[in-house]
Design a protein around this ligand. Structure first.
Ligand SMILES: Cc1ncc(C[n+]2csc(CCOP(=O)(O)OP(=O)(O)O)c2C)c(N)n1
Ligand code: SF4
Length: 295
Protein backbone atom coordinates (compact mmCIF):
# COMPACT_ATOMS: atom_id res chain seq x y z
CA UNK A 1 0.00 0.00 0.00
CA UNK A 2 1.24 3.49 -0.81
CA UNK A 3 2.15 5.62 2.24
CA UNK A 4 -0.54 8.06 3.41
CA UNK A 5 1.94 10.64 4.66
CA UNK A 6 2.43 13.59 2.29
CA UNK A 7 5.88 15.13 1.78
CA UNK A 8 4.89 17.85 -0.70
CA UNK A 9 2.58 20.47 0.70
CA UNK A 10 -0.36 21.90 -1.26
CA UNK A 11 -0.28 25.55 -2.26
CA UNK A 12 3.13 25.28 -3.88
CA UNK A 13 3.98 27.36 -6.95
CA UNK A 14 3.82 24.62 -9.61
CA UNK A 15 1.39 24.88 -12.54
CA UNK A 16 -1.79 22.88 -12.20
CA UNK A 17 -1.32 19.41 -13.65
CA UNK A 18 2.45 19.60 -13.10
CA UNK A 19 4.02 16.17 -13.67
CA UNK A 20 7.03 17.05 -11.52
CA UNK A 21 5.05 17.58 -8.31
CA UNK A 22 2.83 14.61 -9.15
CA UNK A 23 5.79 12.24 -9.52
CA UNK A 24 7.93 13.70 -6.75
CA UNK A 25 4.99 13.16 -4.39
CA UNK A 26 5.04 9.44 -5.22
CA UNK A 27 8.85 9.21 -5.09
CA UNK A 28 8.95 10.76 -1.60
CA UNK A 29 6.25 8.40 -0.41
CA UNK A 30 8.27 5.43 -1.70
CA UNK A 31 11.29 6.82 0.16
CA UNK A 32 9.11 7.32 3.27
CA UNK A 33 10.53 10.82 3.44
CA UNK A 34 13.92 9.38 4.47
CA UNK A 35 16.05 11.19 1.93
CA UNK A 36 18.05 14.27 1.19
CA UNK A 37 17.06 15.74 -2.16
CA UNK A 38 19.56 17.44 -4.43
CA UNK A 39 17.85 19.73 -6.92
CA UNK A 40 19.66 21.64 -9.67
CA UNK A 41 18.14 24.76 -11.26
CA UNK A 42 14.74 23.75 -12.67
CA UNK A 43 11.01 24.19 -12.15
CA UNK A 44 11.38 22.22 -8.92
CA UNK A 45 13.80 24.71 -7.40
CA UNK A 46 11.21 27.41 -8.08
CA UNK A 47 7.92 25.75 -7.16
CA UNK A 48 9.23 24.49 -3.83
CA UNK A 49 9.48 28.10 -2.62
CA UNK A 50 12.10 29.76 -0.47
CA UNK A 51 12.88 28.88 3.14
CA UNK A 52 11.04 29.07 5.56
CA UNK A 53 8.00 28.60 3.31
CA UNK A 54 9.21 25.57 1.35
CA UNK A 55 6.69 23.03 0.10
CA UNK A 56 8.92 19.97 0.39
CA UNK A 57 9.13 18.29 3.77
CA UNK A 58 12.54 16.62 3.40
CA UNK A 59 15.92 18.40 3.41
CA UNK A 60 16.65 19.86 -0.04
CA UNK A 61 19.99 21.09 -1.32
CA UNK A 62 19.57 23.47 -4.25
CA UNK A 63 22.76 23.29 -6.28
CA UNK A 64 24.24 24.84 -9.40
CA UNK A 65 22.86 23.52 -12.67
CA UNK A 66 25.84 21.42 -13.75
CA UNK A 67 26.72 19.91 -10.41
CA UNK A 68 23.84 17.78 -9.09
CA UNK A 69 25.58 14.39 -9.15
CA UNK A 70 28.82 15.87 -7.77
CA UNK A 71 26.90 17.64 -4.98
CA UNK A 72 25.06 14.42 -4.14
CA UNK A 73 28.41 12.60 -4.01
CA UNK A 74 29.67 15.03 -1.37
CA UNK A 75 26.48 14.94 0.69
CA UNK A 76 26.51 11.14 0.71
CA UNK A 77 30.15 11.10 1.84
CA UNK A 78 29.31 13.47 4.72
CA UNK A 79 26.29 11.39 5.77
CA UNK A 80 28.40 8.23 5.69
CA UNK A 81 31.04 9.93 7.82
CA UNK A 82 28.42 10.54 10.51
CA UNK A 83 26.90 7.06 10.03
CA UNK A 84 23.59 8.57 8.91
CA UNK A 85 21.50 5.98 7.10
CA UNK A 86 19.75 8.16 4.53
CA UNK A 87 19.31 8.01 0.75
CA UNK A 88 20.65 10.89 -1.30
CA UNK A 89 18.38 11.46 -4.27
CA UNK A 90 18.98 13.81 -7.17
CA UNK A 91 15.77 15.22 -8.63
CA UNK A 92 16.66 16.93 -11.90
CA UNK A 93 15.01 18.01 -15.14
CA UNK A 94 16.17 16.82 -18.54
CA UNK A 95 18.13 20.03 -19.14
CA UNK A 96 20.06 19.36 -15.93
CA UNK A 97 20.52 15.71 -16.87
CA UNK A 98 20.88 15.26 -20.65
CA UNK A 99 22.83 18.46 -21.24
CA UNK A 100 24.22 20.63 -18.50
CA UNK A 101 24.70 18.05 -15.72
CA UNK A 102 25.92 15.22 -17.96
CA UNK A 103 29.60 15.27 -17.04
CA UNK A 104 28.92 15.20 -13.28
CA UNK A 105 26.29 12.51 -13.85
CA UNK A 106 28.65 10.35 -15.90
CA UNK A 107 31.45 10.78 -13.35
CA UNK A 108 29.24 9.74 -10.42
CA UNK A 109 27.82 6.77 -12.35
CA UNK A 110 31.29 5.59 -13.39
CA UNK A 111 32.56 5.86 -9.80
CA UNK A 112 29.52 3.90 -8.60
CA UNK A 113 28.51 6.57 -6.12
CA UNK A 114 25.77 5.43 -3.78
CA UNK A 115 22.77 7.53 -4.81
CA UNK A 116 19.51 7.47 -6.72
CA UNK A 117 19.48 9.90 -9.62
CA UNK A 118 15.99 10.68 -10.93
CA UNK A 119 15.39 12.69 -14.06
CA UNK A 120 11.89 14.04 -14.60
CA UNK A 121 11.98 14.45 -18.33
CA UNK A 122 9.55 17.03 -19.65
CA UNK A 123 11.57 17.10 -22.87
CA UNK A 124 12.57 20.77 -22.64
CA UNK A 125 13.88 23.54 -20.41
CA UNK A 126 10.52 24.62 -19.04
CA UNK A 127 11.46 26.87 -16.13
CA UNK A 128 13.10 29.42 -18.40
CA UNK A 129 10.26 29.53 -20.93
CA UNK A 130 10.36 26.31 -22.99
CA UNK A 131 13.63 25.89 -24.86
CA UNK A 132 14.78 22.73 -26.63
CA UNK A 133 16.97 20.24 -24.78
CA UNK A 134 18.80 17.08 -25.80
CA UNK A 135 15.62 15.27 -24.74
CA UNK A 136 13.24 17.19 -27.01
CA UNK A 137 11.84 14.83 -29.64
CA UNK A 138 12.05 15.36 -33.40
CA UNK A 139 9.32 17.63 -34.76
CA UNK A 140 8.40 19.23 -31.43
CA UNK A 141 7.86 22.96 -31.15
CA UNK A 142 9.75 24.85 -28.47
CA UNK A 143 10.64 28.54 -28.30
CA UNK A 144 14.03 27.70 -29.84
CA UNK A 145 12.65 25.22 -32.40
CA UNK A 146 9.71 27.24 -33.67
CA UNK A 147 9.26 25.19 -36.83
CA UNK A 148 9.88 21.87 -35.06
CA UNK A 149 13.12 20.32 -33.81
CA UNK A 150 15.21 18.78 -36.60
CA UNK A 151 17.14 16.31 -34.45
CA UNK A 152 16.04 13.23 -32.54
CA UNK A 153 16.57 13.11 -28.81
CA UNK A 154 19.60 11.34 -27.43
CA UNK A 155 19.04 8.08 -25.58
CA UNK A 156 20.35 8.91 -22.14
CA UNK A 157 19.38 5.51 -20.72
CA UNK A 158 21.75 3.82 -23.16
CA UNK A 159 24.51 6.19 -22.08
CA UNK A 160 23.84 5.38 -18.43
CA UNK A 161 23.69 1.64 -19.12
CA UNK A 162 27.17 1.80 -20.61
CA UNK A 163 28.36 2.79 -17.10
CA UNK A 164 27.45 -0.72 -15.82
CA UNK A 165 25.15 0.58 -13.10
CA UNK A 166 23.20 -1.93 -10.99
CA UNK A 167 19.75 -0.48 -11.51
CA UNK A 168 18.11 1.63 -14.19
CA UNK A 169 14.42 2.13 -14.88
CA UNK A 170 12.14 4.20 -17.04
CA UNK A 171 8.73 5.33 -15.81
CA UNK A 172 5.92 7.65 -16.86
CA UNK A 173 3.66 10.12 -15.07
CA UNK A 174 0.86 8.02 -16.61
CA UNK A 175 1.66 5.08 -14.33
CA UNK A 176 2.38 6.31 -10.84
CA UNK A 177 2.07 2.91 -9.15
CA UNK A 178 4.72 1.57 -11.54
CA UNK A 179 6.95 4.51 -10.60
CA UNK A 180 6.40 3.78 -6.91
CA UNK A 181 7.41 0.14 -7.39
CA UNK A 182 10.53 1.11 -9.31
CA UNK A 183 11.70 3.49 -6.57
CA UNK A 184 11.13 0.72 -4.02
CA UNK A 185 13.15 -1.65 -6.21
CA UNK A 186 15.96 0.90 -6.54
CA UNK A 187 16.18 0.98 -2.75
CA UNK A 188 17.17 -2.68 -2.75
CA UNK A 189 20.42 -1.91 -4.58
CA UNK A 190 23.62 -0.18 -3.50
CA UNK A 191 25.59 2.08 -5.78
CA UNK A 192 24.47 4.32 -8.60
CA UNK A 193 20.82 3.93 -9.55
CA UNK A 194 19.08 5.87 -12.31
CA UNK A 195 15.36 6.38 -12.92
CA UNK A 196 13.93 8.46 -15.72
CA UNK A 197 10.31 9.57 -15.70
CA UNK A 198 8.53 10.89 -18.77
CA UNK A 199 6.87 14.04 -17.43
CA UNK A 200 4.27 15.55 -19.81
CA UNK A 201 4.14 19.27 -19.05
CA UNK A 202 0.82 21.03 -19.89
CA UNK A 203 2.17 24.51 -20.80
CA UNK A 204 5.23 23.21 -22.65
CA UNK A 205 3.53 20.42 -24.58
CA UNK A 206 0.38 22.46 -25.00
CA UNK A 207 -2.38 20.27 -23.67
CA UNK A 208 -5.08 20.92 -21.02
CA UNK A 209 -3.80 20.68 -17.47
CA UNK A 210 -6.17 17.84 -16.53
CA UNK A 211 -4.62 15.54 -19.16
CA UNK A 212 -1.14 14.94 -17.70
CA UNK A 213 -1.79 11.33 -16.72
CA UNK A 214 -3.66 10.61 -19.97
CA UNK A 215 -0.76 11.91 -22.10
CA UNK A 216 1.70 9.95 -19.94
CA UNK A 217 -0.29 6.80 -20.76
CA UNK A 218 -0.63 7.65 -24.46
CA UNK A 219 3.15 8.03 -24.74
CA UNK A 220 3.60 4.44 -23.59
CA UNK A 221 0.63 3.00 -25.49
CA UNK A 222 1.88 4.55 -28.73
CA UNK A 223 5.38 3.17 -28.16
CA UNK A 224 6.95 6.61 -27.99
CA UNK A 225 8.08 5.94 -24.42
CA UNK A 226 9.19 2.45 -23.44
CA UNK A 227 8.88 1.20 -19.88
CA UNK A 228 11.70 -1.05 -18.75
CA UNK A 229 14.12 -1.90 -15.99
CA UNK A 230 17.74 -2.92 -16.31
CA UNK A 231 19.05 -4.92 -13.38
CA UNK A 232 22.81 -5.33 -13.59
CA UNK A 233 22.47 -4.62 -17.30
CA UNK A 234 19.75 -7.22 -17.93
CA UNK A 235 16.82 -5.46 -19.53
CA UNK A 236 13.21 -6.41 -18.88
CA UNK A 237 10.25 -4.55 -20.29
CA UNK A 238 7.52 -3.67 -17.82
CA UNK A 239 3.83 -2.71 -17.81
CA UNK A 240 2.12 -1.85 -21.09
CA UNK A 241 5.45 -1.96 -22.98
CA UNK A 242 5.86 -5.61 -21.98
CA UNK A 243 2.32 -6.41 -23.16
CA UNK A 244 3.05 -4.71 -26.49
CA UNK A 245 6.29 -6.68 -26.91
CA UNK A 246 4.50 -9.94 -26.13
CA UNK A 247 1.78 -9.15 -28.68
CA UNK A 248 -0.86 -9.02 -25.94
CA UNK A 249 -1.63 -5.37 -26.62
CA UNK A 250 -1.67 -3.50 -29.91
CA UNK A 251 0.55 -0.44 -30.12
CA UNK A 252 -1.61 2.65 -30.57
CA UNK A 253 -1.42 4.90 -33.60
CA UNK A 254 1.31 7.47 -33.14
CA UNK A 255 -1.09 10.16 -34.35
CA UNK A 256 -3.26 9.72 -31.23
CA UNK A 257 -0.28 10.78 -29.13
CA UNK A 258 0.93 13.61 -31.37
CA UNK A 259 -2.51 15.09 -32.05
CA UNK A 260 -3.16 15.44 -28.32
CA UNK A 261 -0.32 17.99 -28.05
CA UNK A 262 -0.18 21.48 -29.51
CA UNK A 263 3.62 21.29 -29.80
CA UNK A 264 3.20 18.86 -32.71
CA UNK A 265 0.35 20.84 -34.33
CA UNK A 266 2.37 21.82 -37.40
CA UNK A 267 4.24 18.64 -38.24
CA UNK A 268 4.15 17.43 -41.84
CA UNK A 269 3.44 13.92 -43.09
CA UNK A 270 7.20 13.53 -43.71
CA UNK A 271 7.94 14.50 -40.10
CA UNK A 272 5.35 12.04 -38.89
CA UNK A 273 6.95 9.28 -40.96
CA UNK A 274 10.36 10.21 -39.53
CA UNK A 275 9.06 10.05 -35.95
CA UNK A 276 7.46 6.68 -36.69
CA UNK A 277 10.69 5.38 -38.23
CA UNK A 278 12.62 6.48 -35.14
CA UNK A 279 10.08 4.88 -32.80
CA UNK A 280 10.22 1.57 -34.70
CA UNK A 281 14.03 1.64 -34.75
CA UNK A 282 14.16 2.04 -30.96
CA UNK A 283 11.73 -0.83 -30.46
CA UNK A 284 13.69 -3.06 -32.81
CA UNK A 285 16.93 -2.25 -31.05
CA UNK A 286 15.44 -3.10 -27.68
CA UNK A 287 13.82 -6.30 -28.92
CA UNK A 288 17.00 -7.35 -30.75
CA UNK A 289 18.74 -7.43 -27.40
CA UNK A 290 16.16 -10.12 -26.71
CA UNK A 291 18.66 -12.42 -25.09
CA UNK A 292 18.66 -9.84 -22.34
CA UNK A 293 14.88 -9.49 -22.10
CA UNK A 294 14.10 -11.59 -19.05
CA UNK A 295 11.28 -11.73 -16.56
C1 LIG B 1 24.54 27.50 -15.53
C2 LIG B 1 23.13 27.94 -15.66
N1 LIG B 1 22.62 28.15 -16.89
C3 LIG B 1 21.33 28.52 -17.04
C4 LIG B 1 20.52 28.68 -15.94
C5 LIG B 1 19.09 29.14 -16.14
N2 LIG B 1 18.16 28.04 -15.92
C6 LIG B 1 17.54 27.87 -14.73
S1 LIG B 1 16.44 26.61 -14.73
C7 LIG B 1 16.74 26.34 -16.38
C8 LIG B 1 15.96 25.29 -17.11
C9 LIG B 1 16.04 23.93 -16.50
O1 LIG B 1 15.55 22.97 -17.39
P1 LIG B 1 15.36 21.48 -16.93
O2 LIG B 1 16.58 20.96 -16.29
O3 LIG B 1 14.86 20.70 -18.09
O4 LIG B 1 14.24 21.55 -15.80
P2 LIG B 1 12.74 22.17 -15.94
O5 LIG B 1 12.88 23.64 -15.96
O6 LIG B 1 12.18 21.64 -17.22
O7 LIG B 1 12.04 21.69 -14.72
C10 LIG B 1 17.72 27.19 -16.89
C11 LIG B 1 18.21 27.21 -18.28
C12 LIG B 1 21.09 28.46 -14.67
N3 LIG B 1 20.36 28.57 -13.56
N4 LIG B 1 22.39 28.08 -14.56
S1 SF4 C 1 6.25 24.34 -16.58
FE1 SF4 C 1 5.74 22.14 -16.56
S2 SF4 C 1 7.27 21.13 -15.21
FE2 SF4 C 1 7.35 23.37 -14.85
S3 SF4 C 1 5.99 23.72 -13.06
FE3 SF4 C 1 4.74 24.03 -14.94
S4 SF4 C 1 3.83 22.01 -15.40
FE4 SF4 C 1 5.53 21.68 -13.91
Amino acid sequence: MIEIEEYILPGNAACQGCPSTMCLRIVLKALKGKAVLVVPASCTSVYMGAYPNTAIKVPVFNCAFASAAATATGIKAALDFYNEDCEVVVWAGDGGTYDIGLQALSGAAERGENMIYICYNNEMYSNTGIQRSGATPYGAWTNTTVSGKREHRKDISEILLSHNIPYLATASAGYLRDLYKKVKRALKFEGFRYIEILAPCPPGWKFPMNKTVEIGKLAVESGMWILYEAINGRIRLTGISKLIAEGKKKMRDLRDYLKAQGRFANISEEDLAEIERYRNKRWKKLLDSNSKLVD
